[in-house]
Design a protein around this ligand. Structure first.
Ligand SMILES: Nc1ncnc2c1ncn2[C@@H]1O[C@H](COP(=O)(O)OP(=O)(O)OP(=O)(O)O)[C@@H](O)[C@H]1O
Ligand SMILES: [Mg+2]
Length: 406
């Protein structure tokens, strides 16, 4: 077999595991404030464990880094020895997987290395077992109660019990402090008693902007070595960052951004290429968020022709994600000629672009560095081009047939 035949490594990925959702990177850019706040809230507990019962809540939308920050903080304190000779233990509980007070306690017990009974015990007995262990071994615990939304309304009052854990355990020494993670506090409508205990220490997580996402993605490539640097381009990272960035109308969700990079990489890999192209990003994005066909169907004939021109142009220029307006117009004139449709003037074409932008079909922005003069760059990031072209061709044919019928 040739040397090449023996090569089993990927031309795209250096270490795929570093793009998996549960992977915690070395650094969490743009979350320094949140980590700092956590350290402040827990400072006194960590210096004088037992003296206070800390309850912090972490709140924010999907993929804004709540779990990553909580785990990062947990890692940094796990095993810590205090001056008084006590040890801090960190435990992570996900309420999606552990939906009762009992199973939350089970997970905490397992993280302490206890031989936790599966059944035949009550929650109180289990808590007593954990508490005694902490006491006898001079340990204190910090626990993340992640995705606490799932137990906010449970019948067994899991959340209520957790918020007053020391009381339930019947001790004045606060052996355990907690971090609760919520996605949405407003629609949860927590009981007033829970709310008032929790509202003091809040760490908020805001959706990421496109600039922040580009930073996060580049660090996964350069700092973490998830992908070969040469497999990724500014063009591709920008495209993902702008599709997901909150400031660009996206969700601001870092998990989605990382998944897009991963899927795009998989498409490139499946075609045995050594680099990711804009089209890979389009395919990845439409796998997750398919573009509504009706939106295309309801476009004016001229808008469809313009879109066809853009799709063709971007397929030829496959390394870039955007083309200058002037070039698009030239292509549009050609398409109009092909179909025997009189082309619209510049100002009207410009209105079409604005309309397509409003509907989320195209992007349009002023050119920045590296372009001669100022021009507008038009992109089409959310729909795979080949499929779009096919779709448009048949729609245009139908439109023309209908308009030419007597
Ligand atoms: N600031 C960041 N830097 C690097 N990676 C990040 C950052 N924020 C989030 N991530 C990554 O994005 C993904 C989603 O983050 P995380 O799981 O922490 O979100 P979350 O807020 O807990 O979302 P959910 O509400 O859906 O549970 C993870 O893979 C995480 O590693
Ligand atoms: Mg999470």
């Amino acid at each position: 077999m040739s040397r090449e035949g023996l090569w089993l490594g990927s031309k795209i990925f250096k270490d795929e595991s570093k793009l998996q959702p549960d992977y915690i990177p070395k650094s969490l850019p743009h979350r320094e404030e949140q980590l700092k706040l956590l350290r402040e809230y827990f400072r006194h507990f960590l210096a004088n464990p037992g003296s206070i019962f800390v309850r912090v809540i972490l709140v924010g939308d999907v993929g804004t880094g709540k779990t990553a920050v909580a785990r990062k903080f947990g890692e940094s304190i796990d095993g810590l020895r205090t001056r008084g000779g006590a040890t801090i233990k960190y435990s992570y509980v996900n309420c999606h997987a552990n939906r009762s007070f009992f199973s939350i306690l089970q997970k905490m017990g397992r993280d302490l290395g206890l031989n936790v009974p599966r059944r035949g015990y009550s929650s109180e007995e289990l808590l007593y077992m954990i508490w005694s262990h902490l006491k006898n071994s001079e340990k204190y615990m910090v626990v993340t109660i992640d995705e606490a939304d799932y137990v906010a309304t449970g019948r067994d009052n899991a959340l209520y019990n957790l918020t007053r854990l020391s009381e339930v355990a019947g001790d004045t020494v606060h052996r355990i402090s907690l971090m609760f993670v919520f996605r949405d506090l407003k629609t949860l409508m927590l009981e007033p008693s829970i709310q008032s205990t929790l509202q003091h220490n809040v760490v908020r997580f805001y959706p990421y902007t496109s600039e922040q996402l580009a930073d996060i993605l580049w660090r996964r490539v350069l700092e973490e070595g998830a992908l070969h640097e040469s497999a990724v381009s500014d063009e591709v990272i920008e495209m993902i960052a702008e599709l997901v960035g909150y400031d660009k109308g996206g969700r601001g969700d870092a998990r989605l951004a990382l998944e897009l990079l991963y899927r795009a990489g998989k498409y490139a890999e499946s075609e045995d290429r050594a680099s990711i192209l804009p089209e890979d990003v389009r395919r990845a994005y439409s796998d997750i968020m398919p573009f509504p066909r009706e939106v295309l169907q309801n476009l004016k004939l001229e808008e469809k022709l313009l879109l066809l021109a853009l799709a063709r142009l971007l397929q030829r220029k496959k390394f870039v994600s955007e083309v200058p307006m002037g070039l698009l117009e030239m292509e549009y004139y050609e398409v109009c000629e092909e179909y025997g449709v009189p082309p619209k003037r510049h100002t009207t074409v410009w209105e079409y672009v604005q309309n397509l932008k409003r509907m989320g079909v195209v992007t349009a922005k002023k050119s920045g560095r590296g372009q001669r003069g100022k021009t507008t760059l038009i992109g089409l990031p959310a729909i795979p081009l080949q499929a779009l072209e096919r779709e448009l061709l048949s729609m245009i044919r139908d439109d023309l047939r209908r308009s030419r019928q007597p």
